[in-house]
Design a protein. Sequence first.
Length: 297
Amino acid sequence: MEPESLSPHWGALLARAVPGGGFAASPDGPARPDATAWAAMALHAGGGPPDRIRDARRYLAGEQAADGRVPYLPQRPETAWPTALALAAWLPDPDFAAPAARAAAWLLGHPGKAWQADKNGIFGHDTSLKGWNWIEGTHSWVEPTAQAMLALSAIDGPPEAALAEGARLLLDRQLPSGGWNYGNTRVFYNMLLPIPECTGHALAALAGRAGREAVAASLAYLAGPDCAAPTPLAAAWRAFGLGAWGQAEDAIMQNLALTLSRQERHGPYDTALLAQLLAAAASRGRFAALVARSPHA
């Protein structure tokens, strides 16, 4: 993918910046933490304007609650899943070490709800394992667990015990034939199906924490034709998932370009989706580039 082919899309992302440093969730909308965090990560990976990136990080710091969480909506503090995204956006800049440390501490103090596993229960996964969740006080799921792991793995002195349990949770939620969905393998006697973006999240988080043989079927699923849909989440997380294992080949990158071009037919993507596609393209599927001091480290 040629960098110049992305120029209009970078321009569209930068046009979503609003007064106060945040990024609107959609054209002409208000700023939102998840959109701002993804925009900051994408611009960092793509070598975007430093002042704009710093303004986005300042906005996120202003949205952080005293206890370290960054809620989706300030009037709903339990919707704290953007905390992991804000942490990832702050990590490359040492000037934001304090809010990053508070966010990491909050994540470590608020894992997903767990309970004793029941082999005869309706769920096929081990409910005693703790990861992270969308809403405070609820059960752990694949995508928030993966996002928290990706951010916490990049801090100084990563919390290995919590990350190891998160890895066990993801491996436990892997479907027998490969891939992941939102976080259930079986409900009653029905085996559920995988989803590309959930699989990409899990594979990105497990890189370096699981052997290739443990995820071989999932890598094959994500690289296969069933996951080649040119839709934003599927394309971006296909790149991140395979890129973490050194498999983000040219066809995977070309699918990102195709997905970005589909805005001409379907209209502009929401900011978080646009930014995830650009982040995957700029990093060639290496999520580590989004949180590194240098985007090309």
